[in-house]
Write a protein that binds this ligand. Structure first.
Ligand SMILES: [Zn+2]
Length: 150
């Protein structure tokens, strides 16, 4: 990748980071008003906010990681095989850290894990039409610790 292109991606990431930070500020909870709000409603809203914040902070980490790579010149190199990530892939998904071949390899493995997780959560959610907060927390944990791209 040439310097000019690298610079373009850098600007893109700086912009992305700004937007993400702004979105996080908007979501950032909170109910300091002390209004009487239906608790379950509040819980559900909080779970949604947490989920969103989780995704955004996950995104921020990816952006910072990409900016770091641009600085040390390793941007656009696949984490797995050290090959170059296809430029069209980077245009479509600038935070990609793997080439298509490695990503597909990984997704095959993840598909199985996701399936197990889903059936597990489904079992717990049975018996009520309200999704328990814990299910959201699990989602959040997946978002924060997983390396899947959405
Ligand atoms: Zn690769």
């Amino acid at each position: 990748m040439n310097t000019e292109m690298m610079k373009q991606f850098e600007n893109l990431f700086i912009e992305l980071k700004k937007n993400t930070l702004n979105e996080m500020k908007m979501v950032a909870p909170v109910n300091e008003k002390g209004d009487e709000i239906d608790l379950s409603q509040e819980d559900r809203q909080m779970a949604l906010d947490l989920k969103l914040l989780g995704r955004q902070s996950f995104m921020l980490k990816k952006i910072d990681n990409a900016l770091f790579k641009i600085k040390n010149g390793s941007f656009g190199i696949c984490d797995e095989c050290d090959g170059e990530i296809e430029i069209n892939r980077l245009r479509a998904r600038p935070v990609a850290t793997q080439c298509i071949a490695c990503k597909e390899e990984e997704e095959r493995g993840e598909g199985q894990m996701l399936y197990e997780k889903r059936s597990h959560t489904h079992g717990k959610a049975l018996g009520g039409n309200v999704i328990p907060l814990r299910a959201h927390a699990e989602d959040l944990a997946t978002v924060l610790t997983g390396n899947s791209e959405y």
